[in-house]
Design a protein around this ligand. Sequence first.
Ligand code: SF4
Length: 314
Amino acid sequence: MAAPTVAIEADLHAAILAWFAVRGRDLAFRATADPYAILVSEAMAQQTQAARAADYWSRFLVEFPTVQALAESTPAAVLRAWRGLGYNRRALALRQAAIAIVRDHGGAVPDELEALECLPGVGPYTARAVAALAFGRRVGAVDVNVRRVLSRAIGGSLEAFGTAELQRIADASVPADQPGVWTHALMDVGATFCRARAPRCGGCPAQPWCQAAPSFASPRGQDTPVSPAAPESPVTAPHAAREAPVAFETTSRWLRGRLLDLLRDSPDGAWATLPAAMGSHGTSAIAAAFSAMVAEGLAERHPADPWQARLPLA
Ligand code: SF4
């Protein structure tokens, strides 16, 4: 039998909501109630900072204002609109999700968790976020930020709960009357205060109740000062300081991004010639990166010339 779920204290709950009402982030996609627009925002925010994703979200919706418009688009058009967001397979998956919504759900984003999770590119987190934000479902969306806040505040450490127990806690914490607001509030507390390293407990609304806060107080009893505009330091393993940093330009991710931009810059449907070298990458690296992109649906190879490429049209 499963252990009883740990409940979030009512005062902690109220403090987070009160802080969010005054200090929550004013992100463009938080003003919409359109399930499709919310799905787009969550797809963009999966591996991109929310504030940055918000800029792209507005432009994307101008080009693809409805789920039908996205479903009828070409992969090439969506990949061009995704430029700058990175992790480009998300764009293809979002288009496939739109196709599935039109084909299987009459063009309306499904409101049930199970149906949402069946959409391409939609995992447990995104499905719960859309269910809570667009349809007012009492389900907890647990991303890395929310995981840190709930684990530390209620359990005292990041390792306090297993995945299933944390999900139960997150679900049980969602208030019946404002699941969307709670979802945003927890995300903002995580992004603003509960950083992976050196959380800023001094200004955190959860601090009076937080089980982990005492362990983050400085030797002089001073918490890390709050500076919402300051960027978070990257998380590094203890041994990382001894390793030479890898320049991004030397990575296959950089190379794939540049190859994709080359194709984006070509006229729709036109074939572009791949270069023999790009940055520090030679012919074999380019051939390998391009083959992977073709396999993933990000590029199309000319049937008669292996060095000619374009964005897929279907
Ligand atoms: S008080 Fe500190 S550790 Fe606790 S939730 Fe807030 S930022 Fe995280």
